[in-house]
Write a protein that binds this ligand. Structure first.
Ligand SMILES: NC(=O)c1ccc[n+]([C@@H]2O[C@H](COP(=O)([O-])OP(=O)(O)OC[C@H]3O[C@@H](n4cnc5c(N)ncnc54)[C@H](OP(=O)(O)O)[C@@H]3O)[C@@H](O)[C@H]2O)c1
Length: 246
C-alpha cells in the first residue's frame, strides 16, 4: 500500500531525508545511528522517556562531532515530543519496553514512517536465540498495534559498537522489509546516507520475522570469531533489490 499523498512531505524529503527522530534514542543503537546520520548532514532528534536524559545524550553526541563540517543538529526530547516533530521515526527500544513505547505513541501516529529495528532476542546456556513474539514478528506486531503508522523493518543487523567507531566507515547491507513502497524508499535513502551502508529492499513486512531472527546468528558468529559482523548480500545486481539514493 503506497500512499500517493505522502504525509512525509516532499519527494525530496523521501529521496534525501533531512531529519529523523529516534524513539529510545538514548540507547546504544540510537546513539550510534544518530552520530552517523548527523555526520551525513541529517538532523536527529533523540527521544527518551526522560527529557533531561535525552538532552544530555544529545549534547554529548554533538560534542563528539563538534569539529566536523556539515554535521546535522542532534537534539533531545521526550519520545512523544519527537514523534510530534518528526514524520520519519526509528523505534530503538528493547523488546521488553516495546509495549510501553507503543502505548505512549498510539495517539500520535498519523502516517508516520516508523522503522522497527527491534530484535526479539534471548539467551540460554547455549547462547543467543530468537525470543518468541506475540504476532508473526515484532514489526508485524508494531504494525498491528499502530495501524496509522507506516511500519518498515530495518537496521536489525547493524552493530552499535561499529556505528560508534566514527573513524571507520560501516561495511553493511541494510535489508529493508515493508508493504509501503514509498516508506521503504524513504528508509532506504536514510540507510544509504550512512557511509559504508547499502540499503537492500528485501520484500514485504511478512518477512520481518526472518530478518529479526538473523541477529542471534550474528551474535553467535561474533562470539566464535571475536568480531562485530554485519550482513552483505553477494552478487546482487545494482539494478535489482538495491537502492542508492545518494
Ligand atoms: N545495540 C545494537 O547493536 C542493536 C543493533 C540492531 C538492533 N538493535 C535493537 O534496537 C533496540 C535498541 O537496542 P539498544 O541496544 O539501543 O537498547 P538499549 O540501549 O537497551 O535501550 C534503548 C533505549 O530504550 C529505552 N528503554 C529501555 N527500556 C524501556 C522501556 N521499558 N520502555 C520504553 N523505553 C525503554 C531507554 O531509553 P530511556 O530510558 O532514555 O527512555 C534506552 O536507552 C533493541 O530492540 C535491539 O534489539 C540493537
Amino acid at each position: 500500500m503506497t500512499d500517493p499523498q505522502s504525509t512525509l512531505g516532499s519527494t525530496d524529503q523521501v529521496e534525501r531525508p533531512g531529519s529523523v527522530g529516534i524513539i529510545g534514542g538514548t540507547g546504544a543503537l540510537g546513539r550510534g545511528l544518530a552520530l552517523r546520520w548527523s555526520m551525513a548532514g541529517i538532523d536527529v532528534r533523540l527521544g527518551s522517556r526522560d527529557e533531561a536524559r535525552a538532552r544530555d545524550r544529545a549534547t554529548a553526541l554533538g560534542e563528539k562531532l563538534q569539529n566536523r563540517p556539515g554535521v546535522g543538529k542532534i537534539t533531545g526530547g521526550t519520545n512523544r515530543a519527537v514523534a510530534v516533530a518528526e514524520r520519519l521515526l526509528l523505534l530503538a527500544v528493547p523488546l521488553d519496553g516495546l509495549d510501553a513505547a507503543l502505548e505512549s505513541l498510539h495517539d500520535l501516529m498519523d502516517g508516520h514512517i516508523l522503522i522497527c529495528a527491534v530484535n526479539p532476542l534471548m539467551f540460554d546456556d547455549r547462547g543467543p536465540l530468537p525470543a518468541p513474539t506475540a504476532g508473526t514478528s515484532v514489526a508485524g506486531s508494531v504494525a498491528a498495534a499502530l495501524p496509522r503508522a507506516r511500519v518498515v523493518g530495518a537496521f536489525h543487523t547493524v552493530s552499535s559498537r561499529e556505528l560508534a567507531v566514527l573513524e571507520r566507515p560501516m561495511d553493511d547491507d541494510v535489508p529493508i522489509v515493508g508493504d509501503d513502497g514509498e516508506a521503504c524508499a524513504a528508509v532506504a535513502a536514510l540507510a544509504d546516507r550512512i557511509d559504508g551502508c547499502r540499503a537492500v529492499l528485501a520484500g514485504p513486512l511478512r518477512l520481518a520475522s526472518s530478518l529479526e531472527a538473523l541477529t542471534p546468528v550474528l551474535i553467535a558468529v561474533n562470539r566464535l570469531a571475536g568480531a562485530h559482523v554485519g550482513v552483505r548480500f553477494s552478487r546482487l545486481p545494482s539494478t535489482a533489490g538495491v537502492t542508492d539514493a545518494r
